[in-house]
Design a protein around this ligand. Structure first.
Ligand code: C5P
Length: 238
């Protein structure tokens, strides 16, 4: 069994929609609603906490509150991992051993993928975290921030493009998040914090369809993929 934390407190500036990304409309619903539905349908998930942009007290009214205390909203922080930390804090004394973290920016999440990542961690007692990722298909080179001369070409056969959901053993995640705000701000995912603390993270192959919506192009692509899925019911296997 697991609790789920959805981080939705980003500003979404690169989307240029003039409002937080979580509220941007995707096939007639807030972007956040898609992954919230998929996670809420996961049989292993007992409770969901969503980190929202501060100043949106009406989240429960717009998205439903589960009616049974199984869904809560908290204000997010100034960095992604700070938002995770706040949501985890709001969990209080819940006795769930596993914590699933998901970016609201990935609306194509399926219930099947959430369950698969939870099952992978449950099956590996030596792992602290299991993360969804898909194999890299582009050739990846290291160069300067603005381009310029290539310094290195990486071995593609060992590279993974990391997504969410990421599932953690709760004590390991709590320890990993107990760092200074600068370190939290450097983390582009929470698994990195586990790695920094010497923990073991395993990769669970995941469909490339589980895209992150960052730009207007991504939003168009997400709408097309959801339409192709054939219905408006998130949660079907991807
Ligand atoms: O900025 P990035 O694309 O890495 O954000 C990934 C996820 O983290 C998004 O779902 C975003 O809403 C969330 N986030 C957050 N709090 C922040 C920054 C980002 O919850 N301060």
């Amino acid at each position: 069994m697991a609790v789920a934390l959805i981080v939705a407190a980003g500003s979404g500036e690169r989307l240029g929609a003039g409002r937080p990304k979580a509220w941007v409309e995707l096939r007639g619903r807030p972007l956040l609603a898609w992954s919230l539905d998929a996670i809420s349908r996961a049989p292993s998930v007992t409770r969901v906490i969503v980190a929202m942009p501060p100043g949106h007290p009406d989240a429960g009214a717009a998205l439903g509150d589960g009616g049974d205390g199984s869904l809560d909203f908290v204000d997010g922080g100034t960095s992604r991992s700070e938002s995770v930390r706040r949501a985890l804090h709001a969990l209080g004394r819940d006795d769930a051993e596993l914590v699933l973290v998901h970016d609201a920016a990935r609306p194509l999440l399926s219930t099947a993928l959430a369950e698969a990542v939870i099952a992978a961690l449950e099956a590996d007692s030596g792992a602290d975290a299991a993360i969804a990722a898909s194999p890299v298909t582009d050739t990846i080179k290291r160069a300067g921030r603005d381009g310029g001369a290539v310094r290195e070409t990486l071995d593609r056969s060992e590279l993974w493009s990391v997504q969410t959901p990421q599932v953690f053993r709760r004590p390991a995640l709590e320890r990993a998040l107990d760092v200074d705000p600068q370190t939290l701000a450097r983390a582009t995912d929470d698994a990195w914090l586990i790695e920094q603390a010497g923990g073991r993270v395993i990769v669970v192959p995941s469909p490339v369809e589980n895209i992150k919506v960052t730009t207007p192009f991504d939003l168009r692509l997400a709408a097309m993929l959801l339409a192709e899925r054939g219905d408006d019911a998130p949660g079907n296997p991807a």
